[in-house]
Write a protein that binds this ligand. Structure first.
Ligand code: PMP
Length: 306
């Protein structure tokens, strides 16, 4: 972490090194924070930085906050402007990750959501690849089950819920896999540790519905639109069985950090011959052009930092 970069903290912009919370802060003690993970992409030809779908990210952040009884004095536009101010101040000319967080900021003991002050923080960091093996990932079906919506809201990016993701990810990595696929309590595929999942069978794309304890991914939504509109592919949202994904022609994962990850092996079984399939490859290429602001048709998804 470069502590000289800038952050938004307690209502103002400060060097990241000064953006410190107390150890008695509620959000730290109980995981009562919601966050967003978003990217800005550098376009070296245009010498411009583009935030990818920030409006969607902030709408989801504010919705996550609503589920957690949080309120901040900013709307989507105000939050986007704060990000632009931070990115400009640090004069980024490379890809960036942004982490806005709303957290219960009061200090003291007492598990609850009400009668607590909410604060907003944002920091940024240079960022490249998230899953190193993103052209031929080997994933495992995790023994950890996905949080259920009646336990911790799965469609909200609640900090505390990421214990679930961390358990799945670490056990998968320590067992030699690149990623984990996590099942719901009913045994259907939910998603990866921090990414949504898709499979291609007989030319149709399938992905679990938003009622299967998934995070309503913004990359997921983007990929669905592109696959339908640009490639004319049918997308079906329905539950996916554990064994069905093993015999898919292609499997890929999507996320703001992960982008589009080709899964070529699940628990030592090759998917689609063990190499990235054509749908995944085309989507990866198309996505890369969109996020870097090279596709005028999708320019509305990019907010230029200027
Ligand atoms: N699921 C989980 C649990 C995640 O943390 C993420 C990353 N935000 C995703 C899915 C993918 O969502 P998005 O495409 O909006 O980044």
């Amino acid at each position: 972490m470069d502590l000289t970069k800038h952050a938004f903290f307690e209502g103002k912009i400060v060097p990241l090194g000064e953006a410190k919370i107390n150890i008695a802060t509620h959000g730290f003690l109980y995981g009562t924070a919601v966050f967003s993970g978003m990217r800005a992409y550098w376009n070296s030809e245009k010498k411009s930085l583009y935030l990818f779908r920030p409006y969607d990210h902030f709408r989801r952040l504010l919705e996550s906050g609503r589920m957690m009884a949080m309120e901040i004095p900013y709307d989507e536009e105000g939050l986007i402007q704060l990000c632009i101010d931070l990115l400009k101040l640090d004069n980024y000319q490379q890809d960036v990750y942004l982490r806005p967080t709303i957290y219960k900021a009061d200090m003291g003991i007492g598990v609850r959501l009400h009668n607590l002050r909410d604060e907003l923080s944002i920091f940024t960091s240079p960022f490249e690849q998230y899953v190193t093996n993103d052209t031929n990932a080997h994933v495992t079906i995790s023994s950890w089950r996905r949080v259920d919506d009646n336990m911790i809201p799965a469609r909200s990016k609640v900090a505390g819920a990421y214990v679930n993701s961390a358990l799945a990810k670490t056990d998968a990595n320590r067992a030699g896999f690149d990623e984990a696929l996590v099942l719901n309590s009913d045994g259907h595929i939910s998603e990866g540790s921090a990414m949504n999942v898709f499979m291609v069978r007989n030319g149709v794309i399938y992905t679990p519905p938003i009622t299967d304890n998934i995070l309503e991914g913004i990359t997921r939504r983007s990929v669905m639109e592109v696959a339908q509109k640009e490639f004319g592919l049918e997308i079906v949202e329905r539950s996916i069985d554990r064994t069905e994904i093993l015999i898919a022609d292609e499997v890929f994962l999507t996320g703001s950090a992960a982008q589009i990850v080709a899964v070529t092996k699940i628990d030592h079984r090759s998917i689609g011959g063990g190499v990235m399939g054509p749908v995944t490859a085309r989507l990866r290429e198309f996505y890369e052009d969109i996020v870097r602001g090279r596709t005028s048709k999708y320019a509305a998804w990019n907010v230029e930092v200027k």
